[in-house]
Every structure is written in C-alpha cells, then in structure tokens.
Write a protein that binds this ligand. Sequence first.
Ligand code: MNH
Length: 494
Amino acid sequence: MRNDWDGQSFPHPPGRRPLVGDVLGADPRKPLQSSLERSKGLGPIFELKIFDQKFVVVTGAELAAELADESRFEKALSPALVALREFAGAGLFTAYNDETDWALAHDLLRPAFMRDSMQRYHPVMLAAAQELFDHWDVATEPVDVSADMTKLTMETISRTAFSQDFGSFTRDEPHPFIPAMIAALRAGQRKGTLNSMPGAGLMAKRIDRRNAHHQEYVDRLLDDIIATRRASTDVDDRDLLGIMLHTPHPETGARLDDVNIRHQILTFLVAGHETTSGALSFALYYLSRDADLLARAHEEVDRILGPDRDVEPTFGQVAKFRFLRRVLDEGLRLWPTAPAYARSPRETTTLASGHVMRPQDWALVLLPAVHRDPSVWGETADEFDPDRFLPENSRGRPTQTYKPFGTGERSCIGRQFALHEAILVLARMLHRYELTYDPAYELSITERLTLMPEGFRLGLTLRTPSSSAADADEPAQPAESRTCPVSSIDQPGL
Ligand code: MNH
C-alpha cells in the first residue's frame, strides 16, 4: 500500500510535526469533519500525513470528475476499507477489483437489486416501517431520529436480503448480534488504523484477543443462518441469501463459497443500513426546521396519498414523490453519509493539477467538500436547497460532480434499494405525523464508517392529512412528473 506519490508534495494544514505529521490538529472522533475544516484554503488537492501514512485528498469538483473517468481510474481500497476487510473479507464492498469473487458476486447479486426484486421488497419495507410507527403512535416523548431510523433500516435490510428478523421493535435491548457486530467492526477499524504506528503488531494482537468473542458470536450466528437456510424449503429463496446459496454463475457455473457468503452478509448488513438511516435523518433534520419546505413536503404526500393517514404507497407511487427525492438528494449533497472513496489510476498518468499519479498511489475523494465546490454549486453551496435538483436547475451542471453513491463499476449496488426505502419511509412519516423540533438543537454529526446526526430528536403527533389535495392518480403537475417514473429514478453518470 505504498502511497508516497513519488515524493511529490501537496499543500497541507499548518502545524505539521516530525514523526506524527499532521495528527495534532485532527479530532480523532471526527476525522472527516476535522479534515473538512482543515482543507479550507488549501486548494482542490491537499495532503495529510498521519504518522507514516500519506493521505492525498481531493476536494475540488473538477479533479473529482477527472478521477471518475473509468478509462483512466478505478476504485482503490483506502486504509479504512483495508481495515474493514478484517471484518468483511472479500465481500463486494471491500474486494479488490481483480478478485474473482467480486465479479462473481456482482453478477449473481445484481438481479436482486433490479425492478422485479424491488417489487418483492416493497411490502417487507412497508411492514417494517409500520412496526416503527406502532411505537411512535404511542410515544409521549420526542424520539431519537437517528437511532430509530437505524433500527428500521437494519430490520429492512436483514428481512429483505436474508429473511432474518432481528426483532428490533419488540425488544427492549437490541438483538445481541447488533452490538457484537458493531464491536467487531470497530475492532477491525482500530486494527486497520494502527498500520503505521510504532508497536502496531502488539496492539493488533491485543485488539484481536479482546474482540475474539464478538467475532466468534457474529460468525456463529451467520453460519447458523446459512445452515438453516440450506436445510429449509419454506422460505422465499429469491432473496440475496437464496441467490448466493443456490445460483451458479450463468456462464461459468461458479458459486460463492460459504466463507464468502458470510462476508457478503456482513457487507450488506454494514453497507446497507447506516448509510440509509443517516440519509433519512439528515433529510428530516433539514425538513423539520424549515416551515416552507415542510409545507411543500406535506402538499406532495397529501396529493399522492390522499386523506387517509393509514394508507400505504404502492410500488408505482414511490417514484412520484419528486420533492421528497430532491430533499434526499440535497441532504446527501451536504452530508453524503458514505463520505469518501478512493481512486487509483490504471496506468501512470498526469492529473489536471500537474501531479503524476502511479497505479500504487491513491487519492481520497472527500465528498462533502466536492459537493460544496462553489464553481459547481455557487456561493450558497453550504445552504440546503432541494430546488437545486429541479430538472431545469440540474441541466448544464457539470456531470461527475455529485457522487453520493460512488462512481463507476464499483459504485453502490444498493442505490435503488436505499432510495426506494428512504422515499417510502419519508412519505409515510410526513403523511402520518406532525413534526416538532427543538429550536435549541444544533446539528452534531457522529462518525463511524458513516455520518449521522446525533442527539437529534423530533416530537411526533398524529396528523390529519389535508383532503383538499388534488386526486392521487392524475396530479396536475409540471413536466417533471410526466417523465417515466422508472427511468427518472436513475441518474446519468454513475
Ligand atoms: Mn452503498 C458501495 C454509498 C446504501 C450496498 N455505497 C457504495 C459506495 C458508496 C455507497 C459511496 C462506493 C464506495 C467506494 O467506492 O469505495 N450506499 C451508499 C449510500 C447509501 C447506500 C450513501 C444510502 C443512502 N449500499 C446501500 C444499501 C446497500 C448498499 C442499502 C445494500 C442493500 N454499497 C453497497 C455495496 C457496495 C456499495 C454492496 C459495494 C459495491 C461494489 O463494489 O461492487
């Protein structure tokens, strides 16, 4: 993982020290937010030296767009992903580009994220949301939005992908799998970040020893799920697990082995829930504090769903919530919940910045910075404005500069899944509840692998949807809602 860029130097924040490099100015609990802060004024590309490890970070939209060129660049595994491999092995997210298991799993699982499969997940997603609403209906205190959304997205991914119910809404304590998984994940991350520090080997052993029981519990539970499914005949076998267990590759006949299947389950559980719950939480944060935006959201959900607050959106209706979709897009612009990815060139190449980049070098694309580049988003780039994503305002915007789901062949396989789930939950929630926010709350963001508001609460009271809204089938709406709902959920340039 040498990444010395052949000794080329880049601007770096003030205060660099011998040995430790730029570590001192960083907040270890909020590395992303402190990098964002420290990147200011350093131009479109800068470096951080953390002990021996050099991080070259791209914050400019033009360079990010250049790195998205798949003919010249490809995904690289940042130290964070190398660390995650400790836990998720050669699962889709952490596989190297040339690992055969990547192409195999990608080919096998892609159909599980296409329209027909999504249609099967739709009622499962609705049922999970309803369980959360059953709790919220009787809540007497403001609810912790990120925590509840995380329960919901965890249940949704585990029920849809593996037909596994963790009972998150009926237990007082989370299913023991969840804290064990988080502990194992953290241990892997801590180990991964030791890399370049003196004494790393010893510390890694200590972490392994302390973490062993968590990892064993996680592995045993997943191996049980796999074994139970192999033996059973009465589950819908078309979910991700069924596909992985029973489908050979249509051309090569190859199959995933059981260890890889376990790694894929972990990958989907990890990649498939916090990102979406963060996206939902940021969207709700911005919506709840702006009476005008909230009114527009209410207008949309009432128009499409009508006056009965218990009604559930049909599969086809989900693509009609164009305003909610823009709210999610705009939330993911300001706070892309998977906030960075790494790129390497396929051959030695020279960047527009003049730097020579070799295949062993990688650069981190820092999305919250790229997504606020004033050359693309204007001087108000830090403000929340979903109208940026109106078709007429998106036209002419340079492509390849908005990348919350990553880029190219290794971009997010769960994108449609996440958007479908998020829109559906937002729509039902706004239709069902009045939201009251605490004006004293200031947005505070916690960082794990993902970004998530912390301490963000909303008061929820049952709402009476407006019945004056136009009828649900033929909304008298501008041109955008007449575009094909299926194709318009896709964005070009991914
Ligand atoms: Mn998702 C890859 C963001 C929801 C499963 N995801 C990525 C990448 C980003 C990303 C960025 C690319 C990372 C890289 O280049 O190193 N993902 C998101 C966001 C959301 C999200 C912002 C929600 C919002 N992701 C989901 C969901 C699932 C999922 C839901 C599963 C159901 N994501 C993946 C997998 C990959 C991935 C698997 C790896 C794909 C690959 O490399 O083949």
